[in-house]
Design a protein around this ligand. Structure first.
Ligand code: ATP
Length: 325
């Protein structure tokens, strides 16, 4: 549904976006993340046809954005970081006006407004002037205008920036509702948001793609991901010490560290982090727990975190994976 090939954009000597390629299909929600100045907005503005690329191509639903801009933009709903609103219009008047601009008239226009008002929970302020709305409602009006024509592709730039936790949740619920039959890109600094709504993630840094893949794949880039976290109960401290010493020399264990959070939790560093390696080691750890008469309180695998992976990769990494998501 979205195909970006070897996209570049320079501003003078600065490469804001450097050879970016990826593709997305229906049902995918891509979180575009990266540090400040990574090139996220520049990439979004090119994909939405607002900024001409220095080179490369973008197609939406098979239509080239820069060769057939009108046709391509019909497939697109765009919620920019700060969307303009006509303050003195009512919500319905504003959506009606934009429906006309988008070529929707008569019954089609009425249906489009009703649908957008319903989806964005604007019923209670439908006839209210925009300049009297709270920030959350104004944001919903922006969102409503971007989906008036029921586009199969939606692009959100920082969709929950500046909203309170309840409003954030409403927007996330909406995105989750849209995701089944649409293709969505959202740029955000909020990794919780990526966790809550995205299926995939693309990490940009200094214009370059550092990573594309699923959330679980990005989490697994955390150095600690794959470690076993073991919490045990014991009758006396010496018993725990003996257990820990035996754990250290168990085949497949590279180190054992005390947890900073719990005095009875151990972080078991694993040599072979493949599925079979982890399964074998888990089995041996449980055996040792039984042999040493410890009480097994918890044994789980550290799944890593988006935040740690982000920090690790943008501080030191230049790792880059395939173009297909
Ligand atoms: N019109 C412009 N003229 C010159 N340089 C620009 C222009 N637009 C963006 N840049 C530069 O391109 C780089 C990427 O900017 P961009 O706004 O795309 O980053 P971003 O990832 O969206 O950042 P942020 O997270 O802070 O919004 C930055 O170094 C920025 O200063």
């Amino acid at each position: 549904m979205i195909q970006v090939k070897q996209l570049n954009r320079t501003f003078g000597a600065k490469k804001a976006v450097n050879n970016l390629s990826f593709s997305l299909s229906k049902g995918q929600v891509l979180g575009l993340i990266g540090p400040n100045g990574a090139g996220k907005s520049t990439a979004m503005r090119m994909i939405t046809g607002f900024l001409r690329p220095s080179s490369g191509s973008i197609s939406l639903g098979g239509i080239d954005v820069w060769q057939h801009p009108k046709k391509a933009k019909r497939l697109l709903g765009y919620l920019p970081e700060s969307a303009p609103l006509f303050e003195d219009m009512s919500v319905e008047g504003f959506l009606g006006y934009l429906s006309g601009v988008r070529g929707l008239h008569g019954r089609e226009r009425t249906q489009a407004i009703d649908r957008a008002v319903d989806l964005c929970f604007l019923q209670s302020v439908r006839h209210q002037a925009i300049d009297t709305l709270s920030k959350g409602y104004r944001h919903r009006v922006c969102l409503a205008q971007s989906i008036l024509h029921d586009p199969p592709i939606i692009i959100f730039d920082e969709p929950t920036d500046g909203l309170d936790p309840n409003q954030k949740q409403e927007i996330r619920d909406l995105i989750n509702e849209f995701r089944h039959n649409k293709t969505i890109i959202l740029s955000t600094h909020i990794l919780d948001e990526v966790n809550a709504v995205c299926t995939d993630v693309l990490l940009l840094d200094r214009g370059k793609k550092l990573f594309t893949g699923t959330l679980a794949e990005l989490r697994s880039q955390t150095p600690e991901a794959g470690d076993l976290l073991l919490q045990v109960g014991f009758d006396y401290v010496e018993q725990f010490r003996t257990f820990r010493e035996k754990l250290k020399i168990l085949a497949g264990v590279s180190a054992v560290e005390m947890s900073e959070m719990n005095s009875n939790e151990l972080r078991v560093k694993v040599i072979d982090k493949t599925l079979s390696g982890i399964e074998d080691l888990t089995h041996r750890v449980v055996q040792l727990v039984v042999e040493e008469k410890m009480k097994l309180l918890q044994l789980r695998q550290d799944q890593g975190s988006l935040e740690l992976a982000f920090r690790t990769m943008t501080s030191y990494g230049t790792h880059c994976r395939g173009d297909e998501l």
